[in-house]
Ligand binder design. Structure first.
Ligand code: ADP
Length: 616
């Protein structure tokens, strides 16, 4: 059998999938060729299979270094569900279980072993792994080794010690979703990867619909959205603990099934709340950014940012927790001017001087994201260094019902005011001048002697600020000086000032509704699934999850249930054709799900017969 077929066959056998996602096959081939690898795939891109599949095809045990205990447990549960010999070792296990696991490894019964980096300080463990065959090392969340990454973990630096312990020809592979060059180079350097195969896949997450909203009242936006998405599971991120609790209280009062999470809660509450979400006992979790790493829940249908995060990296990583199963999902950012103030405050509070400028620069980029009038997906992909079409037809800028308004003259006024103020002031002074303000600040700076004083006095301050925001985002105004940003003209400004370029803003006409996305065969035709059957299969999944005490998405994710609701399999063979069904899942759950589908069809038929009888 040729190599490609062998890989696909194993992918189906162990994971139930028919084709690889972008980058997976190449990475796997390189691992099988014994090369060091750095795989950079977006969150939800399918990193795990990149090391899990070759681990099953190679001799020995694959040691996976993973930062979080919760992550290990989910990963192992999900592998075991697929009949794969996987286990973990961590501080949460009893000594009996620990001994049993070591013995299983020694007997060659385990193919994939998850450990935390701290485990590499344990002498007993180090001695133990010297006595077994290690196929290769997979470093998950490898950006934790870089101090430029947002989750720096000093203990990741222990990993290269493994070369001395196991031997120079040890194969190390590393995976991350973080794309910046600094982080990538740090990973290669700190993990001492020798001549690694580097694969950076496209960053697009096609199934996510990106939205930026600037609602007057964020809570009532949430309420309307959540009422429309009653049975869906979703995460709402907010920037502070206080805000998280306030949103949670509001949702609870409105009767939404929700829970919350932040670093200020005690361990037991954190665990309970997290599990309530993962086990579908609660649909919504409101959380700070402390929640998420290590959450593999694949059927998260929406991620809403109640506040703008501090940078695009964190935003994309958090938003990417929606729709890991490849099904259509929403990534919504709610913005208000207040978010900029809070973020600046938080950044100044927590960053040392070296990082401050870097952080404020990153903040400006995400401010540009919320203000851009162009395609949001294009903005994101360009940020990650990737080319993109001008329109994606799947973001709020491409899909809103906009009224186009010509604002060229107002923009000319703003730009000439910046020029007249000799490009020495920030937003507030420029706005004060345009509005003809008589504040103390305006008087002190003698703004009324400038020729542009008061030339926009008839419009609101918010309108001028929004316009300045858009001009910055689209490169017509530059910003210099990070602590006290000063507005400057750019090369592009001339075109507006000389009337060669017209500027339009898009005012949303129907704020509550987006246009239907044009159908793309992969994701959107799948919306034709039988919704009634889907919801019945979800109930069955939930009851099995309770019975067996494993999260529902580990039994089958939404993508699999939807596929069942389209294909309506009748035989075991047909059931194996469902996305995500491998042989172990067939033997474990096949009969239950086949029976449910069968009952559903029979009931529907008898209902239809009654209907037709009446018609006769
Ligand atoms: P991440 O890159 O964020 O670690 P995961 O490895 O958790 O992503 O994968 C996300 C989801 O995608 C999982 O539910 C996984 O089973 C699924 N997945 C991975 N590879 C494929 C594939 N080739 N076809 C379909 N689904 C896949």
């Amino acid at each position: 059998m040729d190599k490609e077929n062998r890989l696909i066959k194993n992918l189906k056998k162990y994971f139930g999938y028919d084709s690889f996602r972008q980058g997976q096959e190449e990475i796997i081939n390189n691992i099988l060729d014994k090369r060091a690898v750095l795989g950079v795939l977006p969150t939800g891109g399918g990193k795990s299979i990149c090391y899990q599949l070759p681990a099953l095809m190679m001799e020995g045990v694959c040691l996976v270094i993973s930062p979080l205990i919760s992550l290990m447990k989910d990963q192992v549960d999900s592998l075991v569900e697929n009949g794969i010999a996987a286990s973990f070792i961590n501080s949460s296990m009893t000594s009996k279980k620990y001994k049993e696991t070591l013995s299983a490894i020694a007997r060659g019964k385990i193919k994939i072993l998850y450990v935390s980096p701290e485990r590499l300080e344990n002498e007993f463990f180090i001695e133990f792994i010297q006595g077994i065959k290690i196929s290769f090392i997979a470093v998950d969340e490898a950006h934790c080794i870089s101090k430029w990454g947002h989750d720096f973990r000093p203990s990741y630096k222990l990993i290269p010690k493994l070369y001395q312990i196991i031997g120079d020809n040890l194969q190390i592979t590393a995976f991350t979703a973080t794309a910046t060059k600094e982080v990538r180079n740090d990973i290669i350097k700190n993990l001492e990867l020798k001549d690694p195969f580097i694969k950076v896949t496209g960053f697009d997450r096609e199934n996510l619909l990106f939205e930026v909203r600037k609602p007057k009242d964020k809570l009532s936006f949430l309420k309307t959205y959540l009422e429309d998405h009653k049975d869906s599971s979703g995460i709402i991120y907010a920037s502070t603990r206080k805000r998280v609790e306030a949103i949670y209280r509001y949702l609870k009062k409105q009767g939404f099934s929700s829970t919350y999470y932040h670093a200020g809660l005690d361990e037991a509450t954190k665990k309970k709340n997290q599990e309530d979400f993962i086990f579908d006992r609660k649909n919504i979790i409101v959380a700070t950014n402390a929640f998420g790493m290590g959450i593999d829940k694949s059927d998260v249908r929406f991620v809403i940012h109640y506040n703008m995060p501090q940078d695009m990296e964190s935003y994309y990583q958090e938003a990417g927790r929606a729709g890991r199963d490849g099904e259509k999902s929403d990534a919504i950012l709610l913005f208000s001017g207040q978010d900029i103030i809070i973020n600046k405050f938080l950044i100044r509070k927590t960053s040392n001087k070296d990082y401050l400028i870097n952080k404020l620069n990153n903040l400006q980029i995400i401010i540009n994201y919320v203000n851009t009038s162009e395609c949001l997906r294009k903005f994101i992909l360009n940020y990650f260094g990737q080319e993109a079409e001008d329109k994606c037809n799947s973001c709020s800028n491409c899909l809103s019902y906009f009224k186009k308004i010509d604002v060229t003259v107002d923009c000319q006024k703003i730009l000439s005011c910046i020029y007249r103020l000799r490009q020495r002031y920030g937003v507030n002074t420029v706005v004060a001048c345009l509005k003809g303000s008589d504040s103390a600040n305006a008087k002190k700076r003698n703004l009324n002697s400038v020729s542009t004083f008061g030339i926009l006095k008839n419009v609101s301050e918010k309108y001028i600020k929004d316009l300045i925001g858009t001009l910055i985002a689209d490169g017509y105004i530059g910003v210099s000086g990070i602590e006290y940003p000063i507005l400057k003209l750019t090369k592009k400004s001339k075109a507006i000032l000389f009337g060669e370029k017209k500027i339009f803003i898009k005012e949303i006409e129907k704020a509550d509704r987006l246009k239907e996305k044009e159908k793309s065969p992969d994701i959107y035709d799948r919306e034709d699934y039988d919704k009634a059957l889907f919801s019945r299969l979800k109930k069955l999944r939930l009851s099995l999850s309770k019975e067996r005490n494993i999260p529902p998405f580990i039994i089958f994710n939404d993508a699999s249930l939807k596929d069942m609701s389209i294909k309506k399999p009748k035989t075991e063979e047909e059931f194996l054709n469902v996305k995500g069904v491998a042989s172990k899942k067939l033997s474990q759950y096949g009969d239950l799900f086949l029976a449910e589908i069968n009952d559903f069809i029979a009931e529907k038929r008898s209902k239809d017969n009654i209907y037709y009888d009446k018609l006769k």
